[in-house]
Write a protein that binds this ligand. Structure first.
Ligand SMILES: [Ca+2]
Length: 503
């Protein structure tokens, strides 16, 4: 196929954002088990960031933040289940308003998606997406779930069944009918079509995988069954939670306030290894489908003029620290995500150690596409790290993140007192407001209003096992980090509305 894009000088943007994918799930980031050749190839063709961090380890706050270039508190989308305010300007809207043809495939999740309050899918603001191929998850309850519609046209119904021998892993739809396949097919159609028009384009490709529930096709899971015993167990040191905030002890007993759910002490090594196997199998499948999408860029002659971003909206605990799901906490497996960028003018095969906040991505894309800076954005562009080989590998002094009552546990319709395990441990059920500051050397997490917090020395304790919060020797350091955090809290106040005169 030949394209007719001679008149286009602005780059296309292909922004792939998976859901809940940890950094250590890709070959290029050192995972020796997974099969991710296409994403690894993106890293060889572009810049791979080893220290990119989310602003909140939960879908809606994180996505609202990186799609606006604003911190979660500024967007006011601090929790899942909140609707993004219509005044928030999303980056696809800026692109559309500057002549880009825009599209979304898969998940957005900036507003409530639960079918009981959003029976016709996620309510939209003027988000800027011209094409909107929405499928928050495979849940068939929304009539406008395009994945469900696609299945229906093929005479199929979404179904999974527990995988033999594991309570935590399901056998998902076959590769031909999986949501990841639908995401890729839809993205491929978009790319194929847009090749015939002269507008530059911006496409968000947001598969739901590898988010829980773990339901890869059996074909992708099977590869791991023979090597199951080689899969490493979670990084958990028995007793490490004794000196950590109570909410983590509660999640160790039962994740997200739901008795029996991922009760760590009841799980076997087999369970833990099956969970990782299924999670990686979902990533392997994503990689195959990304390969198909990139093929279409090549086939249509658009590859050389397309900036490709691969990232995720947050990670997952996967049993590290004796906890499953995502807290939300600020352990690195939750907040440090893969970020790979390739495209015209981007250096090939480069690794960066610079601290990057995902809030920095939106202004970077604006600058890369020659568009004016939007004054509501709080991130700062790191374009020079992408385009200038000799640029000093530094961007920020520290990473700032927030989780203000963002936990699933605070959305518990059941009366708390009915949950027997927590009856005697009332203090375990906190609704944490937590703020994090991470430097290259230390991480501080404040649990506002509580005596216990977290402090880690990441150089001597990269796995964040030993909490130094109450250690007298670290008192001065803790005070210094607290002051830096206060600075960041002040500096992350909303820059809008703009001040346009002295009085
Ligand atoms: Ca998510």
């Amino acid at each position: 196929m030949t394209a007719s894009k001679e008149t286009t000088s602005q780059p296309n943007i292909l922004w792939i954002c998976t859901d809940e994918q940890r950094l250590d799930t890709l070959g290029c980031y050192g995972n020796p088990f997974v099969l991710t050749p296409h994403i690894d190839q993106l890293a060889l063709s572009g810049v791979r960031f080893n220290h990119a961090y989310v602003q909140c380890p939960v879908c809606t706050p994180s996505r609202s933040s990186f799609l606006t270039g604003r911190y979660t508190r500024t967007t006011r989308n601090r929790q899942n289940g909140q609707a993004i305010d219509a005044s928030e300007i999303l980056i696809p809207k800026i692109f559309r308003d500057h002549g880009y043809y825009t599209g979304l495939v898969g998940k957005l999740h900036l507003s409530p998606c639960s079918p009981d309050v959003s029976p016709f899918g996620e309510p939209r603001t003027d988000d800027g997406y011209v094409e909107f191929h929405w499928s928050n998850s495979p849940n068939p309850k929304w009539p406008n779930n395009e994945y469900s519609q696609w299945l229906m046209r093929k005479g199929k119904q979404f179904q999974t069944k527990p995988y033999n021998g594991s309570k935590y892993v399901h056998q998902g739809m076959s590769p031909e009918y999986h949501q990841t396949r639908w995401v890729a097919d839809t993205a491929i159609r978009f790319i194929e079509t847009t090749a015939h028009f002269n507008h530059p384009w911006f496409l968000s490709v947001n598969p739901t995988d590898p988010h829980f529930p773990l339901d890869p096709p059996i074909e992708y899971l099977e590869r791991y069954l023979d090597i199951l015993e080689d899969i490493p167990l979670p990084k958990y040191v028995s007793g490490e939670l004794e000196n950590k905030p109570n909410v983590q002890k509660a999640d160790h007993i039962a994740a997200t306030n739901q008795p029996g759910r991922f009760s760590y002490g009841d799980m076997t090594d087999f369970d833990q290894q099956m969970i990782r196997a299924a999670y990686w199998a979902m990533v392997d499948q994503i990689d195959v489908q990304i390969g198909r999408i990139i093929d279409m860029l090549h086939q249509t002659g658009q590859y050389d003029n397309t900036i490709i971003i691969f990232m995720s909206d947050h990670g997952d605990m996967l049993g590290d620290h004796g906890i499953h799901l995502k807290g939300p906490y600020f352990y690195d497996p939750l907040i440090r995500v893969p970020l790979i960028i390739s495209g015209p003018g981007v250096i090939a095969n480069k690794q960066r150690q610079a601290l990057i906040e995902l809030v920095d991505l939106a202004p970077t894309l604006l600058e890369a596409s020659g568009m004016p800076f939007y004054p509501g954005m709080q991130g700062k562009s790191f374009l020079s790290l992408l385009t200038e080989d000799n640029q000093t590998d530094h961007h920020r002094e520290d990473i700032y993140a927030e989780s203000y009552n963002a936990s699933w546990r605070t959305w518990d319709r059941k009366p708390r007192e009915k949950i027997e395990k927590y009856e005697q441990k009332e203090d375990l059920i906190s609704q944490p407001f937590t703020t994090m500051l991470r430097t290259n050397h230390h991480k501080l997490v404040v649990y506002h209003g509580e005596e216990m917090g977290e402090l880690y020395d990441l150089q001597t304790d990269p796995n964040e096992t030993t909490n130094l919060w109450s250690d007298q020797e670290y008192k001065n350091l803790k005070m210094q980090l607290l002051l830096r955090m206060c600075d960041r809290m002040a500096w992350t106040s909303d820059p809008l509305p703009e001040r346009i005169s002295p009085f």
